[in-house]
Design a protein around this ligand. Structure first.
Ligand code: HEM
Length: 444
């Protein structure tokens, strides 16, 4: 049985943490040069990094039951509760079965009109000739859409404030996973390790949600929203308790906002810099929509728009680094892992592997044949993960991204504003640091 080689560049006490902090994206891409499975260390903590699509697939599908999500998710359970993202084993399986129907195609068709209407309202407020930083704009839009699809009526005035307040607490989950100090603190309990952030905002959010859940439970009506589905899941027996529903809601706030807003921001960034791509999107929107707002039924016809979004998710997968931890002895890619061993893999590095994609750094929507973009190969294209932990919100995200992109581009031409380059920020998600764009009337 092989042992995975350590990647070069390890330094005392820190391991590879400095390289990860300095330029983590490049560091992860270079690891493939050292073997299909390599070892790095974060302070004293060794981590196996899996670099080929075949072994990543083995990790996520065939061997999935030998792994849970790892130390970062243990820590996140304190401020987030134990929703789908953090849940392990049988709890994950049973919750997944109960939450999944809320994301069924029929339900997403209902949410689509909210997505289209809210996107249009926000885009319409952007006058031609004016410049905006789209990063905060899009953050507000995705939060607005999530709130309105989660809670149909009545919108509780305290809810918005409670969610904003809670989202503003920085959970720094990725920093936690990559911190050598945290890794040392696990071994040397006298060091100040990670402490859960201020519990006040979480408690306020839980209180507001409990009150809303109480109202829904009282009449048992299906209001057509996500919360109704979570409450109705499983029928009279075997459904989710109020506390479990609260955890799932909080998980959806976290999983369903930053990811979508990062992708939409990258899409607008790329489109604004490429007049030819923008023209083809305009042509497609004109042909398919003929000036009317987009609907859920239009999605299959917006083929080029889908190709553009697929290429955006290839180049900028919001979940740039994902992780697992062995829960029993297991062999992965010929390497023996013991319980507790951690494994990382990077969709970002995978998507930029020259063995898998020709000229991988180039933004080229045409690399996705029109009918293949809708079913891009699962093992070389992993923005939504794979296997039993595949993103439950994938269809929701495609729908929102397509409708929002259509709303922002249909009636205006976008141009980059200013000369400061837009840079990637690698936090919990990969997003642009800022996105100043100028809107122009399309006839101009
Ligand atoms: C472009 C947008 C999105 C991207 C790129 C994305 C990406 C991902 C990825 C990679 C995973 C798997 C993580 C892993 O294997 O460790 C995941 C899981 C998850 N996502 Fe998404 N996501 C997006 C949007 C959404 C939305 C809109 C929602 C809900 C409204 C959502 C809810 C979830 C949940 C609940 C999980 C956990 C699933 C499980 O473990 O069973 N995501 N997402």
């Amino acid at each position: 049985m092989r042992r995975a080689p350590f990647a070069p560049g390890r330094v005392p006490l820190m391991g590879h943490a400095l390289a990860l902090h300095r330029d983590g994206l490049r560091f992860l891409c270079e690891l493939r040069n050292h073997g299909p499975v390599t070892r790095i260390s974060i302070g004293p903590r060794p981590v196996h990094v899996v670099n080929t699509p075949e072994i990543i697939r083995e990790l996520l599908t065939v061997q999935a039951r030998a792994f849970d999500k790892g130390a970062m998710f243990d820590a996140l359970r304190v401020p987030l509760g134990d929703g789908l993202i953090t849940a392990a084993g049988d709890r994950h399986l049973s919750h997944r079965r109960l939450v999944q129907p809320a994301f069924h195609r029929d339900r997403i068709a209902r949410y689509a009109h909210i997505m289209a209407e809210r996107s249009r309202a926000r885009a319409d407020g952007w006058e031609p000739g004016t410049t905006r930083d789209l990063v905060p704009e899009i953050h507000r839009l995705t939060l607005d859409i999530l709130l309105r699809t989660l809670f149909a009526d009545p919108r509780d005035p305290a809810l918005n404030a409670a969610v904003e307040d809670w989202l503003s607490v920085k959970y720094h989950s990725m920093r936690l996973a990559l911190s050598p100090l945290h890794a040392w603190a696990e071994r040397l309990p006298l060091l100040p390790g990670w402490r859960p952030p201020d519990a006040g905002p979480l408690q306020r959010l839980v209180d507001v949600q409990r009150r809303i859940i109480g109202t829904y439970r009282a009449d048992g009506r299906d209001r057509g929203d996500l919360l109704s589905m979570l409450l109705l899941a499983g029928g009279p027996e075997g459904g989710l308790t109020d506390a479990e529903v609260t955890d799932e809601l909080i998980t959806l706030f976290l999983a369903g906002t930053g990811t979508v807003s990062a992708s939409l921001a990258w899409a607008l960034h790329e489109i604004s810099r490429r007049p030819a791509v923008q023209r083809r999107i305009h042509d497609e929107l004109d042909t398919v929509l003929g000036g009317r707002p987009p609907r859920f039924e239009d999605l299959p016809s917006l083929v080029y728009t889908r190709q553009v979004l697929t290429e955006v998710l290839r180049l900028y997968p919001p979940s740039w680094l994902l992780m697992r931890r062995a829960v029993r002895p297991v062999t992965l890619g010929g390497v023996r892992l013991a319980p507790g061993d951690e494994v990382f893999f990077s969709p970002y590095a995978l998507h930029r592997d020259p063995q898998l994609y020709e000229d991988p750094g180039r933004f080229a929507p045409d690399r996705w044949p029109a009918d293949a973009a809708a079913k891009a190969p699962r093992h070389t294209f992993l923005p939504f993960g794979a296997g039993s932990r595949l993103c439950v919100g994938e269809d929701y995200a495609w729908t929102e991204l397509t409708l929002a992109l259509a709303a922002f581009t249909a009636h205006r031409r976008l141009e980059p504003a200013g000369s400061t380059p837009v840079r990637p920020l690698v936090g919990t998600v990969l997003r642009p640091d800022r996105l100043p764009l100028t809107a122009r009337a399309r006839t101009a």
